[in-house]
Design a protein around this ligand. Structure first.
Ligand code: SAM
Ligand code: SF4
Length: 440
């Protein structure tokens, strides 16, 4: 039965983006179609993030902006889902009284019942219990060449700055058969690349009745026909074993890109973050990656201004950036998250110092990123074509196996194909090239 139109507003990481694909699947199954703009929607759901305070503030701002529309259209249903919903629960209704429902990260499957209850006159539904089964929910995947597939939910690590274990629950691996079935389905539907998702893919499988590990999973996913590439996100350096590096080296489709979130370069700060490795151990891991998978790219996440971080500690982060020469880094200002241990640690760093450190870190990383990209000029690389470039629809965009974004000119029919491109210009974040493979 046609029910009306829905709109999803998505913020956050790939995990959040993929949860939105599940929400879209549930809404479509319930008879809703997608709206192009808020004004034509009957249901608007915010799929949210709360890893940093800025994301949170922005989201509440956006939800509040809908007050006017809600007054004009009293039947409009507005809901909050995702990490922020899980964190704030009833408090979200206090902050935004016009919200109709708050849906937790483990309750996605309840969405159709919630909508039915709202249509029957219920108000202000908060559904955030933990421990639900997320298996078997419909997924309306975004168009493109890449499909996201969860391999585990939640996280057991409790890095002291991070809210994720509180809002996503304990780590729970999906059985390999469920992962493989989903990857096969995505490949058959035409997706060329799969991104395996977990907060720490490197501990995948330990909690299963028949324990397995991530390396074994990679080797199995590699055999799925029709698929061109396999990526995964995110890795914890503490749990990245040599066998996993060998699995990347020995498989055909697993890309030579290692995202290894370092977070900080000082051993004192790493210990205070509860990361479970030292800078020395991290450098050994990097050396192992480089010796076993030559030419692999290495990217990272870094936080500046963790409580107690001195200039010397920060210098240790800069030093690690110089030593490793990351291809790219996501850099963050420490954001105290209520309920985490780091939020109440002494020695909180002032906003001005954090900002200044971030600027210095970015300047260094940008220089290195650009140098590494410049070293690719003249080289021929293999690109999986994703489609038209976001900034210039006359050009195509695609990624190297090492995850570098390349723009070039070619026919739109190349989408989903792997082609050879000669790099002719390098920038900090992207590359420009010329198509080498003659299109068929
Ligand atoms: N599980 C992944 C991991 O361990 O890398 C990703 C978790 S988190 C969503 C992504 C990144 O956000 C982290 O790697 C960290 O650098 C950053 N982050 C998490 N909590 C933060 C906080 N309170 N303040 C600033 N950055 C934070
Ligand atoms: Fe957060 Fe650490 Fe878990 Fe990543 S590994 S989600 S940073 S607690």
């Amino acid at each position: 039965m046609a029910r009306g139109k829905f709109l999803l507003k998505v913020a956050g990481c790939q995990m959040s983006f993929h949860d939105a694909e599940v929400l879209a699947g549930l809404l479509k199954q319930a008879g809703y179609t997608e709206a192009a703009a808020p004004a034509e929607a009957d249901v608007i759901v915010f799929q949210t993030c709360c890893v940093r305070e800025t994301a949170e503030r922005k989201l509440y701002g956006q939800v509040n902006e809908l007050r006017g529309l809600k007054r004009e259209k009293p039947g409009l249903i507005v809901g909050l889902a995702g990490c922020l919903a899980q964190k704030d629960r009833e408090k979200a209704l206090q902050r935004c009284p016009h919200l109709d429902f708050v849906l937790g990260t483990q309750r996605l499957g309840d969405l159709p019942q919630i909508l039915a209850a709202l249509r029957d006159g219920c108000q202000g539904i908060v559904d955030v219990d933990e421990g639900a089964n997320l298996e078997g929910l419909p997924i309306a995947r975004a168009e493109g060449v890449r499909a996201y597939v969860n391999i585990s939910y939640g996280c057991n690590n409790f890095c002291t700055y991070c809210i994720v274990p509180y809002v996503r629950g304990p780590e729970k691996s999906r059985p390999p058969a469920a992962v493989l079935a989903e990857v096969e389905e995505a490949a058959q539907a035409g997706y060329r690349e799969v991104m395996l998702l977990g907060q720490n893919v490197n501990t995948y499988g330990r909690d299963l009745e028949e324990p397995t590990d991530f390396a074994a999973l990679l080797r199995r996913v590699d055999k799925v026909p029709q698929l061109a590439r396999i990526r995964y996100m995110t890795s914890h350096p503490r749990d990245f074993t040599e066998e996993m590096i060998r699995a990347v080296r020995e498989t055909e489709k697993v890309c030579e890109h290692f995202h290894l979130p370092l977070q900080a370069g000082s051993n004192r700060i790493l210990a205070a973050m509860n990361r479970g490795y030292t800078r020395e151990r991290y450098l050994k891991l990097v050396a192992k990656v480089r010796s076993l998978v030559p030419g692999a790219s290495i990217t990272t996440d870094l936080i500046v201004g963790f409580p107690g971080e001195t200039e010397e500690d920060f210098q240790a982060t800069l030093d690690m950036v110089e030593r490793v020469r990351f291809d790219a880094a996501y850099t963050f200002i420490f954001s105290p998250r209520e309920g985490t241990r780091a939020a109440t640690l002494p020695g909180q760093v002032t906003a001005a110092v954090k900002k200044e450190r971030l600027a210095r870190l970015n300047a260094l990383q940008n220089r290195i990123s650009r140098e590494l990209n410049e070293a690719l000029v003249g080289r021929v690389v293999e690109i999986l074509v994703e489609g038209p470039s976001k900034n210039n629809p006359d050009r195509l965009a695609g990624r190297t196996r090492t995850n570098k974004l390349v723009h070039f000119t070619g026919p739109a029919s190349l989408r989903g194909e792997q082609v050879k491109v000669r790099i002719k210009r390098a920038f900090t974040w992207t590359l420009d090239g010329d198509l080498v493979t003659p299109p068929n």
